[in-house]
Write a protein that binds this ligand. Structure first.
Ligand code: NDP
Ligand code: MG
Length: 388
């Protein structure tokens, strides 16, 4: 069946891989959205002819507006965060794929769901910060929430045919361990931005790549899994699996363990989320198990990588604790990418924000956004104190 898609975050790593899938299958693109990378967006407009384009950054928006002036069949341009939400809510697509990075994706996820759209979700921060709002809205509006994150897609695939979630003993999220796996704290403490951006198995946007090096990504994914599958922390485990071939597993009460395996290529989960429940051809190369390295599994090292522990603690605390964790992490990673702080400053700043910002239970969207803001401010002032 031909598909029509609105793609938020089209200029990023997931966005461009989603367009690979769309190109292969001839899917129609109804809307595209990005923040500031206008040149990439312009090429996408020329190739996919969307009806609407949303640009969040005001200067980028003006630039695109000028570039499109006088172009025949130019898409209608929507501006700012409001434009992103408007596009997410517009009728036209069969599915909205949210591949925006950060909490900036949360209002758009909610707008898509509340307008009755099925949501293919790469933006894990939507579930980490606004989990109950997202899952409650999915229930209320009767739409599908289709995970794009490879681990959550693996679990989703393993759960097809499971009618009673009480049969699950635990979910096992696999984790590559990142580029610093096996190193001790002293060595890890000397790692720079360039080292952190060298992920062994996946090519991704800079924020998630740093999150993989600190294991915060796995921590965010633990929270994402708890929200998606409505399970407590005790039923979500993490195993380091350096080969990134087993994308995650479900252990059932009878002891059966189902796993989804595949080449590490995000186009598989992207495609499954776009076309669920159908499967079909994919640009990702097939898995060649006979020529793959042995599959190994290890306990994660929470002492060397404290971000995983911090995320698990926030998951236990509930309420706005995860929004505080996420906001502080986004701000700390921004400072790390600007080469203003070292590797362990990320976890120290996140811990400082968690210690100072008060947690509210069952928060509204406004309370989540204000917890995010407070966490960012806490990181900025802790950083300023250190450098004064
Ligand atoms: P990228 O940094 O590569 O891309 C992010 C996208 O979001 C870009 O299109 C960017 O626009 C846009 N964007 C950034 N800020 C805003 C904003 N304030 N408002 C609207 N759009 C914005 O990230 P990834 O593609 O790597 O990741 C996207 C999401 O998918 C993240 O939540 C990540 O955790 C998740 N994910 C990614 C995986 C991967 O393999 N990359 C795997 C699993 C999950 P512009 O380019 O113009 O700045
Ligand atoms: Mg993942």
């Amino acid at each position: 069946m031909p598909k029509t898609i609105t793609l938020l975050g089209s200029t990023g790593s997931i966005g461009t891989q989603s367009l690979d899938v769309a190109r292969m299958h001839g899917y129609r693109i109804f809307g595209l959205a990005a923040n500031s990378r206008v040149e990439i967006l312009q090429k996408q407009i020329e190739e996919f002819h969307p009806e609407y384009v949303a640009v969040v950054d005001p200067a980028a928006c003006e630039k695109l507006d000028a570039a499109l002036a006088g172009t025949a069949n130019a898409p209608k341009l929507l501006k700012g965060p409001e434009g992103l939400r408007t596009l997410a809510a517009m009728d036209g697509p069969d599915v909205v794929l949210n591949a925006v990075v950060g909490i900036a994706g949360l209002p758009a996820s909610l707008a898509a769901i509340e307008s009755g759209h099925d949501l293919a979700l790469a933006n894990k921060e939507s579930l980490v910060t606004g989990g109950h709002l997202v899952t409650d809205a999915v229930k209320k509006y009767g739409v599908k929430l289709l995970p794009v994150d490879s681990e959550h897609s693996a679990i989703f695939q393993c759960l097809q045919g499971c009618a009673d979630r009480r049969e699950i003993r635990r979910l096992i999220l696999t984790c590559s361990g990142g580029p610093f796996r096996g190193m001790g704290r002293d060595e890890v403490g000397r790692m720079t931005k360039a080292d952190a951006l060298r992920h062994p198995n996946w090519t991704m946007g800079p924020k998630i790549t740093v999150d993989c090096s600190t294991l915060m990504n796995k921590g965010l994914e633990v929270i994402e899994a708890m929200r998606l599958y409505r399970l407590p922390l005790a039923q979500v485990s993490v195993m380091v699996h350096p080969q990134s071939i087993v994308h995650s597993m479900v252990e059932f009460k009878d002891g059966a363990v189902l796993a989804q395996l595949g080449t590490p290529d995000m186009r598989l989960p992207i495609r499954y989320a776009m076309t669920y429940p159908e499967r079909g051809e994919n640009p990702a190369p097939p898995l060649d198990l006979l020529n793959s390295p042995p599959l190994t599994f290890l306990e994660p090292d929470r002492e060397t990588f404290p971000c995983l522990r911090l995320a698990e603690e926030a998951a236990e605390a509930g309420g706005t604790a995860c929004a505080i964790l996420n906001g502080a992490n986004e701000e700390a990673v921004r400072l790390f990418l600007a080469e203003k702080i070292g590797f362990y400053d990320i976890s120290d700043l996140v811990a400082a924000a968690r210690a100072t910002v008060l947690v509210t239970q069952t928060p509204s969207l406004e309370e989540i956004l204000s917890a995010d803001h407070a966490a960012r401010e806490a990181v900025k002032s802790a950083f300023a104190r250190r450098h004064s």
